[in-house]
Design a protein around this ligand. Structure first.
Ligand code: PRP
Ligand code: URA
Length: 242
């Protein structure tokens, strides 16, 4: 097993003294500007605790994963540019605000990444979604590309790339190579992820310095089968079939 030392923090509301707060393992920090880790709030840590638990049944796994995915999508959207937009309110006053600029699309790495599509649709009505089917070989952990279907004008869009698990980084790297072959500029790709390994996300951030990663948690490492530890097991199995 490769790995980092898991950092532990006191968790709970500020008004409580530290001695009354439990200690929880929080995300490993990554020193790359293009890796954004969600704030390690008590809610996020509680949601992650639910989906990591091997005794969590499928219906709960789906429900709590969806809450984390919603947080990732909302944070990911904050990385898109906005332009100034002043409106008039019903009381006749003006408000200097902003509005989204540009076109976006989602791209899910099948099968597990498809679990993140609904969270994106909940925030971006009728968003276009492309698919890339990449499967990791169970023995070698090497990714294999089987299929891709992407919006025709993808090179003019911001791309939210979706995959909940980021282990060796092989699958995500292959997906980015597909996007780049379709002329999507690297700095218009945002990779949304639930749990990453430190080695996977560091290698990826170095290889694609202009692409941004938004993740909920960077874990300790990988085991001998290249599963993330402590991780949550096989996300696709737990979401779709277990
Ligand atoms: C899993 C996961 C990622 C990939 C991560 O998919 O959903 O796509 O492995 O591993 P990596 O970073 O080492 O490439 P898998 O190929 O098992 O297929 P699934 O989505 O159908 O479960
Ligand atoms: N894919 C998963 O679903 N989980 C892991 O830990 C690694 C790859």
């Amino acid at each position: 097993t490769t790995g980092t030392i898991a950092p532990a923090h006191r968790v709970g509301p500020d008004y409580r003294p530290d001695a009354q707060k439990p200690t929880a393992t929080v995300s490993t920090q990554i020193s790359y500007d293009n890796v954004h880790i969600l704030p390690q709030t008590s809610q996020l840590l509680a949601l992650l605790t639910m989906i990591r638990d091997k005794n969590t049944a499928r219906a709960d796994f789906i429900f709590y994963s969806n809450r984390i995915i919603r947080l990732l999508v909302e944070e990911g959207l904050n990385h898109l540019p906005v332009i100034g937009h002043t409106i008039t309110t019903p009381v006749g006053q003006s408000y200097a605000g902003v509005k989204f600029q540009g076109k976006i699309c989602g791209v899910s790495i099948m099968r597990a990444g498809e679990a993140m599509e609904q969270g994106l649709r909940d925030c971006c009505r009728s968003v276009r979604i492309g698919k890339i089917l990449i499967q990791r070989d169970e023995d070698t952990s090497k990714p294999k590309l089987f299929y891709e279907k992407l919006p025709e004008d993808i090179s003019e869009r911001w791309v939210l790339l979706l995959d909940p698990m980021f282990a060796t980084g092989g699958s995500a790297t292959m997906a980015v190579d597909v996007l780049k072959s379709k002329r999507v500029p690297e700095d218009r790709i945002l990779f949304l992820n639930i749990i990453a390994s430190p080695e996977g996300v560091t290698g990826f951030a170095k290889r694609f310095p202009r692409l941004r990663v938004v993740t909920a948690f960077v874990d300790q490492g990988l085991d001998e089968k290249n599963y993330i530890v402590p991780g949550l097991g096989d996300f696709g199995d737990r979401f779709y079939t277990l």
